[in-house]
Design a protein around this ligand. Structure first.
Ligand SMILES: [Zn+2]
Ligand SMILES: [Zn+2]
Length: 141
């Protein structure tokens, strides 16, 4: 049973030039161990909240970088041009949703419910064993 916290949170990048506000339900809470997330985070996995795009507003001018994702879709990361902090990412598979870094949003509501791209997970990075691990991504939420 997936819990879906309702959040109303404003987050700011490191330099303060951009902000992101999420107001609505968190659809899913993911730990992603794909190689792109390892590169972007500098560690073994990313922690992201999946939210509805219509529940997200941003301020400030963001830059975007698109790359082919391990899923075969295109992932576009939106980040502050001054400090480089990622505010959200979007997959071409699900343009109606956004992936927002848990560490950007802060708060203690984050409770990951699945690991995706476990096939590239490294042993030195500790992940909870009690939640489902998917080799790639899981269809749907
Ligand atoms: Zn910034
Ligand atoms: Zn990833």
């Amino acid at each position: 049973m997936t819990t879906r916290p309702i959040i109303d949170t404003q987050a700011t990048c490191s330099c303060g030039a951009t902000t992101l506000t999420v107001k609505g339900p968190v659809l899913s809470m993911l730990l992603c161990a794909c190689l792109d997330c390892q590169k972007e985070t500098g560690t073994g996995h990313s922690a992201v909240a999946l939210v509805k795009a219509v529940d997200v507003t941003t301020s400030g001018t963001l830059l975007a970088f698109s790359r082919p994702a391990a899923s075969g879709a295109t992932t576009t990361r939106h980040f502050c041009p001054q400090c480089g902090v990622t505010l959200y990412a979007q997959s071409s598979r699900a343009p109606q949703t956004m992936l927002v870094p848990a560490g950007l949003l802060g708060g203690d509501w984050f409770n990951p419910n699945q690991v995706i791209f476990a096939r590239s997970h490294t042993e030195w990075d500790t992940l909870p064993e009690t939640i489902p691990h998917y080799e790639t991504y899981r269809e749907g939420l």
